[in-house]
Ligand binder design. Structure first.
Ligand SMILES: C=CC1=C(C)c2cc3[nH]c(cc4nc(cc5[nH]c(cc1n2)c(C)c5CCC(=O)O)C(CCC(=O)O)=C4C)c(C)c3C=C
Ligand SMILES: [Fe+2]
Length: 427
């Protein structure tokens, strides 16, 4: 939807109809015309449509930038043979991502040609908080002799954890693009634009859409975390993404990686089905013990009646797990010991709802995405601690993979992966 489409409201109709009859008739008509009509578009918001996230910088947007309401993770296989193809693909992708994230008018073309744009957002593409985050997979590095020596130190193929039932067609890939925006249509528009403009290079392998329900601010002005499909607040204990020094330590890779990779981050993606029917039949107390938090407030179990999700659990005072079970999700995920500080990860998940399974059950779950500076010490270590958790009874991971999110695009002359291409050419 373009800017002009979003601002069109019922007032135009009121003016037109009000011109016709006598005063009373006109008044009645005006009131009726003011009432919303069945196919009026839901009201867009010009302010949120105009929100844009800077594209240039040392890191890609869409990792530590605030997560908007809609996301799509798309994994591609790439039709490339040599560094020249990869170079052309990445330059073109950068060009499209810059336009799509910053917005602007769609070029007009000779009507005998296909239009330049799908038209989904109208004649002017609004940025709508769009971010486009590009990551490369282990499969791509392993396929080519000219890329293998440049593979980031921790990048590897995702292997099955004990509770997984991985579906081959929904795992791995050469590249992912994470699309995030205020509206899902904005993401779909961006995906279609990229598919059209890079059709010679891209084949979609799998994709998953997801959403985060918008949450009104709390009375004290703070923003509570959104709820996942188990009804629990999700994100409470995420590390502070505004703390640049912390992000340098836990999210962005540094000197231990090949020079081209610095400023990038490891992306772990997991498609995790939630057995929501079974969950909804589980007693509240058991649900709360499984997570280690109160369902309504999100507070840790050892907090008092006024505790909030921002309170920090004190496991030292509960060594036997009498209040927060030792196998509660949050206690396993982050035991809060000095030696587990190195396992911190930045989570950026979305809820997904894919309709109904062949067995007639709701197909809902979590599009789990996290970023870290070290994949082994991050996602893999945390998942290994979670293996066997009580929550597994309600979870079935079936897809995803490990990828490396490229460093940012420094400025107008630069492009995504330029350092990797330069390194490949100098091998
Ligand atoms: C391997 C990493 C993790 C996976 C996979 C994962 C799946 C998963 N999580 C929830 C719901 C919640 N997770 C919460 C906290 C939490 N989860 C992880 C890691 C993984 N979760 C971490 C590191 C943490 C933080 C722990 C801490 O620091 O205390 C919470 C509590 C609220 C919060 O902190 O976000 C919920 C709720 C689901 C439903 C799920 C799979 C579907
Ligand atoms: Fe979790």
């Amino acid at each position: 939807m373009g800017q002009s489409d979003r601002d069109t409201g019922p007032s135009r109709r009121r003016v037109l109809i009000g011109l016709g009859a006598g005063v009373a008739g006109a008044f009645a008509q005006e009131a009726a015309a003011d009432a919303p009509m069945v196919n009026d578009a839901p009201h867009g918001d010009a302010q949120t449509a105009a929100q844009s996230v800077p594209f240039h910088g040392p890191h890609q947007a869409g990792i530590t930038t605030p997560r908007p309401a809609a996301g799509i993770m798309v994994a591609f296989d790439l039709a490339i043979t040599g560094p020249e193809d990869l170079d052309r693909m990445l330059r073109l992708l950068t060009e499209r991502a810059l336009f799509l994230t910053q917005g602007g008018p769609v070029p007009e073309r000779d009507p005998r040609l296909p239009p330049a744009d799908s038209g989904l957002l109208g004649p002017v593409v609004a940025p709508d908080n769009q971010t486009i985050t590009v990551a490369l997979g282990d499969a791509l590095f392993e396929r080519f002799d000219w890329l293998r020596p440049l593979k980031p130190a921790h990048l590897q193929r995702m292997v099955q954890f004990p509770n997984d039932a991985l579906v081959a067609a929904q795992c791995h890939g050469d590249m992912t693009i994470q699309f995030c925006a205020n509206l899902q249509d904005t993401n779909i528009h961006a995906l279609r634009d990229i598919m059209k403009n890079l059709s010679e290079f891209l084949v979609i392998r799998w994709m998953q859409q997801g959403d985060v329900p918008p949450v009104p601010p709390a009375p004290d002005g703070s923003t509570p975390s959104a709820r996942n499909f188990f009804g629990f607040r999700d994100g409470s204990a995420n590390p502070d993404s505004n703390d640049a020094a912390l992000m340098d330590r836990i999210v962005w890779v540094g000197a231990e990686e090949p020079a081209w990779a610095r400023g990038g981050s490891y992306q772990a993606v997991r498609l995790i089905r939630n057995f929501v029917e079974r969950w909804d039949r589980t007693p509240l107390g058991e649900q709360e013990r499984d997570f280690g938090r109160r369902k309504m407030s999100g507070a840790p179990l050892d907090g008092g009646p006024h505790a909030t999700e921002r309170d920090v659990p004190d496991y030292d005072r509960d060594p036997e797990g009498k209040i927060t079970p030792l196998d509660a999700h949050i206690r396993l995920a982050n035991p809060r010991r000095p030696e587990t500080e190195k396992n911190l990860i930045l989570r950026r998940a979305f809820n997904y709802s894919n309709g109904v399974t062949k067995n007639g059950q709701l197909d809902q779950g979590l599009l789990f995405i996290c970023y870290q500076a070290d994949l082994d010490a991050g996602f893999i270590a945390v998942q290994n601690r979670l293996n066997g958790e009580k929550m597994e009874e309600y979870l079935k991971p079936f897809g995803g993979g490990y990828f490396f999110a490229l460093p940012g695009v420094a400025g107008p002359g630069d492009y995504l992966g330029s350092g990797l291409i330069a390194a490949a050419r100098s091998l």
